[in-house]
Every structure is written in C-alpha cells, then in structure tokens.
Design a protein around this ligand. Structure first.
Ligand code: ZN
Length: 664
C-alpha cells in the first residue's frame, strides 16, 4: 500500500520569481527538488548499492507509460521529437500550450491525469500540431511516423481513450479504461478468468497474487496471459533492470544479496512464487541500511485490482528520525496505560509497530514524479499475516513538500494571529511528523474491544471513526508533558502549532478540496471536521475555539490550548467507547451531526480565498543524479548532484532509459 500523497497545505507564490525548492510549475502541478541528506555518510559499498539500484529504478519508466495506455509511448516520443527539433517561433501561445501538454504527459506518465484519470485536453489546435509536425517530419524515425494518425486521434479526439480508469458500476470497466492491462477482453471474461484461477487454487493458504505481472489478452480466441518478464512482454526494459540488479547483487551482503537474487529470478521466470519468496525475504530484512522496491507492486490502476503498475524506489534509513519513532514505540505501553479512555478498553499488552523513517534516494516508475510519502508493503495478505510488513515514512520528501509550501501565502491568508503563524513556521513540521508517528505507530493499534464485539459493527461509519480515534490519540499525546520528558519536543509550543493548524484545517481550509455544493465524503476529511466541530461545540461556553470576523474575512482562533487538549481526551474517551462496544447508533449520530455537512457560505469564502493564492494542488519531484567516481577500473566514490531542470531530466530519461518499442 502506498500511503496517501501529501495532505496539501502546499504550494506556491505566484509573485515570487525564484523559489529555491520549486523547479517548475505548470497547470495544476508544481515540480519540487528533494535533497538526500547524509548520502555522504554511507559506506562506499552502500553508495555503490544505491547507484546500481538507482539505475535499475530508471530502466522501467517506459513500462509504466505502456501500462497506462497502449499509445502513450508513441505519443510521448512524437511530442519529444517536436520539442527537440522544431526550429520555428517558440513564443506563440500555441507553442507554449504544446510544451505544457508535454510536461503534463511526462508528469502523468501518459495522456491521462495522474490523479483524476481523465484525458488531458490540448490547448493547441490540430492545425498547429500538424504545422509543427510537418516542419520536423524528417526528424522522425520510420516506425514512429507510422503512428502519426493514431497519435493525432488520441490527442485531439475526446472520445478516444477518455479515461485511464473507469470504475463506474454497470459499465464494462475493461473496455472503457484506456490502460493496457487487458486487450480485447470484456470485464466478464476477465473476472471469470481470475475467478476460475482462484477456484482451482482453493484452500491454498499461500496463494500467489494472480494476474499481478501480466497482460490478459486473447490469442487465437483463447484468453492468455502475456507475462512481464525476460523473454516476455516488456523484455527489453526488464533485461536492463536485471542488468543493474546483477551489479547491485555483487555489492549487497547477506540476506539482501539473497533477496536481490530472488527478484532477478522472478524477473527471469515470471513466476509469482519467486515474487512471494522475494517479498518474504524483503520484509524479514530489517537490518540493511539501504533498501529498495522494484517491481509490479500496486494495483490501483487496474479496475479489477489484479494487475500492478511498475514502480521503483531506492532509500536508506534516516537514523536520526528513526530515534523519534523508536522512542514512541518503546514507550507504547506507557501511552496506552495513560490513555484517557475507559480502563476496560485499554490494551493490557501493547506491541508498538516499528515504523521506520527513510530517506528516498531515487524515485522511478509509478513513484515518479508524483510519489507517496509513505509505503507499507508487501501487499499479499498471507505474507503480512505470517511475516508482517514494513512501514516507512519518507522524511526528505515531506521535508521538500514543506519547504516548497513556504511563502505560498497560505498561512498569511487563513491564520489570523502572528503568534500562530510563527509557531507553525518553527514547529509545524515537527508537530506534523509526531502526530503522524503517534497516529500510525500507536493510535490505530491502541484500545481493545469489549467481549463479544467483532469490530465491524460501525459499518460505513467505521473508517471515519477509526481515523478520528487515531488522530485524537496523536493530538492528545502531542500536548502531553511526557513528550517533553521523553525529549521528543522542546516545549508545549509544538502542540500549540499542531492544534492551531489542525482546527483551522478541520473547520475551514480543508473545504478548499471539496467541490461547491458537495458534502464531505472522504473518511480522513470527515474525521478532521468531526474532531474540530465537536471540540468547537463542546468548548463553546468557555470560548475555547472562536470564530473571528476581520476585514470581511472569517478566521478561527484557539483561546485555550490546554483545555482543547482535554476536549481531545474527552472525545477520544467517547469514540473508544463507541468502537469497543460497537455502538452503531452513537457512532452514526456523531458523524452525521459533526462530520458531513458543510456551511455553504463559509465554503464559498474558503474556495475564493484559496483560489486567489494560485496554489497548485499537486506536487512531484525531480531526482538527484549519481555518478561513479573511478580510479582506473576501481570505484572510489559515488557523487551526488541536484539538477533543477524538469524538462532536461525528462528528455535525458527518454534518451538514455527508453528501451521499449512503440507498440508492445
Ligand atoms: Zn489512519
């Protein structure tokens, strides 16, 4: 599972000419650079390992393009050819629009928006496209020329490949999705194919992840899987990935060396049992400082949920930040014993989840340029049950998001008091990190059910209440004096920063992500409004939280942080009771009263104020570059540098890491 992308309060100042962290911005996107702190502190062997794994991470980029839509590669190459060779006037609006379109294609790894899945609408005309094409036609290779008509259609005809992923109930989701996971297969056929496979394997406690690494198609009328492996589909790219994995294996040691071997076996045989073997080894290896993912991992892009997109990421442990999660984990029992819930609903014996904080060193495939801020793998249920999972948060990525948000005017617009803004500036990230750690490592695992309660009684309100429970656990302890004693915070100001931001977001600014006229649907957003609105209501008499109107604008301020923390405790007490007793009626009443409805006047105001800031809602990254430093044949160091040019990186990857034919 990829943990959500970042909860954006982020990103950009329209007036600021140069932002040190933002390297490009277009449409609804900003591209950020990230740093890799302490890379220099790795041993030479570890640095080399990062280098080889990073090369492997770049080699599968074409696979993802082709998975997203069978015409993505010829489209990207056509646009890149125009971009590289057109010698005409590059100042007209239409040229700029073409350039922007190409940047969006790079960002989404195809012609569909990475988040909404809708096909991009070109803001240049077909006539203009034809004119530019004509001008550089002699630069096209023969094979690419053959796609001219199909490419033109795909770009300009809105009826062609309208969406990457259609999940509308009642429609044939395979025929209406542009992804290349199924070819000429109806939804009913695809579902039957895998249902039969599962039925034949019934009773196997260790089932493989059926269908994960193949395209399902028809050959001579027969449903057939085309495996993604050496000698199979995508072979040319996979051979390169394996080439670099072979180098990585040579500098890896112990268990990790075996795991890399297992991954190479899997890419060579296409056998999903090899993939399971790799995953088990991977999850058991908790000691290697450098770690990575590389393969067909997440299935969000397949409407049926079988086929995985290719992704890669290389990272190493951030020991300083891990100290934070280690302290929290080691004190798990203390937190549980002091939790403000009914003692009957506390856990007697707590096992803290060991979550690691990592530094990303390279992003590839479906992790690039847009990337999750955390990862929890492997996905196979039986492996998770028998061997556990690894949960990581990626600190240098959240740090870069935070830096990129600096100066975007958001806090100035929505936060009334200077003291709050200053505290956020100083402690906002620490408060965020600690809250996430407490939420993930302890919050979800805390508490216990009353005898006879199964845990699914809250039904559709379950996930909102569960997120609220974990959030409240984090909020309550963020302001606990014990946090000071543990050395996790320097003062109560960290909690003040966290609380001010949380309540402002929950009562007001998160509405920027809700369409006009709509209620709040998403569980995390419901939970935030639930907590904030409940505390407002229950602290009303003492004006704990207050609405303020100034200069025709609405603000929310907190007048009593200590008392607010007690309110968090009281609500946690009640929500734990609801969960432990499976009290559906009370849970439903809480959510319906506080979490769902939106004040249309306030909503309108938030949308207008937010729009005036011109903040791009989506962010992604350019990668650092690594270079082997050699003396003769001997590698003596690995040098890292930070390019700040999105276009150049994309053109470079397309030139040097593109291995697949136009049609696969
Ligand atoms: Zn959660």
């Amino acid at each position: 599972m990829a943990l959500s992308t970042v909860a954006l309060t982020a990103c950009n100042a329209p007036l600021e000419e140069e932002h040190p962290w933002i390297v490009d911005r277009f449409d609804d996107i900003k591209v950020i650079r990230y740093e890799v702190p302490h890379f220099e502190d790795l041993t030479l062997r570890e640095k080399e390992l990062v280098y080889y794994l990073a090369e492997a991470a770049k080699c599968g980029r074409d696979i993802l393009y082709d998975q997203n839509c069978p015409l993505n590669l010829p489209i990207r190459r056509t646009l890149e050819t125009l971009y590289e060779h057109y010698r005409g006037d590059r100042t007209p609006t239409e040229w700029k629009a073409l350039e922007k379109y190409l940047k969006k294609v790079w960002f989404a790894n195809g012609i569909h928006h990475h988040y909404s899945n809708d096909k991009f609408r070109p803001e240049f005309s077909k006539e203009y496209f034809d004119k530019v094409y004509q001008a550089v036609e002699d630069k096209f290779d023969e094979d690419l020329l053959k796609y001219r008509e199909e490419v033109t259609h795909a770009i300009f005809d809105s009826a062609v490949y309208p969406t990457r992923l259609n999940q509308t109930d009642g429609e044939d989701m395979l025929e209406t999705s542009s992804s290349n996971y199924y070819q000429g297969v109806t939804q009913a056929e695809g579902e039957r194919f895998y249902a039969e496979m599962a039925a034949a394997d019934k009773g196997n406690p260790h089932p493989v992840s059926y269908g994960l690494n193949s395209q399902l198609t028809k050959i001579d009328g027969l449903l057939t899987e085309r495996r993604w492996m050496i000698g199979g589909m995508y072979s040319a790219a996979i051979e390169k990935i394996v080439y670099w994995l072979n180098h990585a294996e040579k500098v890896a040691t112990g268990m990790q060396q075996e795991n890399i071997r297992a991954l190479i076996d899997y890419y060579t045989t296409g056998d999903l049992k090899d993939f399971d073997r790799y995953n088990i080894g991977w999850v058991r290896d908790t000691l290697s400082r450098v770690d990575f993912t590389n393969g067909f991992i997440e299935t969000y892009g397949d409407p049926l949920g079988y086929k995985a997109s290719w992704e890669a990421q290389v990272n190493f442990i951030d020991s300083a930040a891990c100290h934070r999660t280690d302290v929290i984990s080691e004190n798990a029992q203390w937190f549980e014993d002091h939790s403000p819930v009914d003692p009957r609903y506390r856990k007697e014996h707590v096992r803290g989840v060991s979550a690691k904080v990592i530094t990303a060193a390279m992003l590839g495939g479906d992790c690039y340029p847009s990337t999750p801020i955390g990862i929890n793998l492997p996905n196979a249920d039986w492996i998770r049950k028998e061997f556990g999972s690894k949960s990581v948060t990626i600190d240098n990525i959240t740090y870069a998001y935070d830096k990129a948000a600096k100066g975007n005017g958001f806090n100035e617009e929505f936060m009334l008091r200077l003291e709050d803004r200053n505290r956020i500036e100083k402690y906002g990230k620490l408060a965020d990190d600690l809250h996430t750690d407490l939420h993930e490592c302890l919050g979800h695992g805390s508490g216990q059910l009353a005898p006879g309660v199964k845990g699914d009684e809250l039904r559709s309100y379950g996930s909102t209440l569960e997120e609220a429970r974990a959030d409240l656990f984090g909020l309550y302890y963020l302001g606990d004096p014990h946090m000071l004693e543990l050395g996790l915070v320097p003062s109560f100001d960290v909690a003040k920063a966290g609380y001010a931001h949380y309540i402002m977001n929950g009562l007001m600014t998160q509405l920027a992500r809700v369409e006009p006229g709509k209620n709040i649907e998403e569980a995390h957003m419901r939970n935030r409004q639930l907590i904030s609105a409940w505390c407002y209501e229950h602290g009303k008499a003492g004006k704990i939280i207050e609405w303020v109107r100034e200069n025709g604008k609405t603000y929310v301020v907190i007048n009593n942080f200590k008392r607010l923390r007690e309110l968090f405790g009281e609500l946690l007490h009640e929500i734990q009771r609801i969960k432990s007793e499976g009290d559906y009626a009370a849970g439903r009443a809480l959510v319906e009263k506080y979490a769902v409805k939106v004040d249309p006047e306030l909503h309108k105001e938030v949308l207008e104020r937010y729009a005036s800031l011109h903040i791009e809602p989506y962010g992604g990254f350019v990668n650092p570059e690594y270079e082997l430093v050699k003396e003769g044949d001997k590698v003596v160091d690995v040098r890292i540098s930070y390019p700040a040019d999105y276009t150049r990186q994309m053109m470079d990857y397309s030139k040097n890491y593109s291995f697949l034919p136009n049609k696969n």
